[in-house]
Design a protein. Structure first.
Length: 165
């Protein structure tokens, strides 16, 4: 099953999600990422975090979502936006009507401060995304009809956003 993670710059959050799902998915999924206005390069803090967690980085690149809306592109089963900007933009029409959901995560690349503060922001984003991806991986895909599956993936997008008591 193909999964596309979308963001604006495709340099941090969507890249982390793509790499993690490809690593954790056990071959059941093929993840991709793209952006509405790609930065043109992957954020070095994202690369560092993935390498530290022994997640393969080969082939990761910042790219436009137009690549995945073009004829001949891999058909997507799921499309997730992982940043608020992309959630509000008009996305291309995806062939095959994939299940879509918004899994917004604060942008670690926007954090100002020391390298350590930036690393902490990337770790927080990665923790939130990896939690959601693990929940996604545990869904009973073969037992849920499309409407129920769509509701479940939207619910996952709210994981970790609950107010802390």
């Amino acid at each position: 099953m193909n999964v596309l993670f979308l963001c604006t710059g495709n340099s941090a959050r969507s890249i982390l999600a793509e790499a993690y799902l490809n690593s954790a998915g056990g071959g059941r999924f093929r993840a991709f990422s793209a952006g509405s206005h790609p930065a043109g390069k992957v954020n070095l803090f994202a690369i560092e975090l993935l390498e530290k967690n022994r997640i393969p980085i080969h082939g990761l690149r910042s790219k436009s979502w137009d690549e995945f809306a073009a004829p001949g592109s891999p058909p997507m089963r799921f499309v997730f936006t992982v940043c608020d900007n992309a959630a509000g933009e008009t996305c291309p029409l995806w062939p095959g009507q994939p299940v879509t959901a918004h899994w917004g995560v604060p942008d670690p690349a926007a954090v100002q401060g020391t390298d350590e503060q930036k690393r902490k922001a990337f770790l927080g984003a990665f923790a939130q995304l990896s939690t959601r991806i693990r929940l996604f991986l545990n869904l009973p895909f073969d037992k849920l009809e499309r409407h129920a599956l769509a509701a479940k993936v939207r619910e996952i997008g709210r994981a970790g956003t609950e107010e802390k008591a």
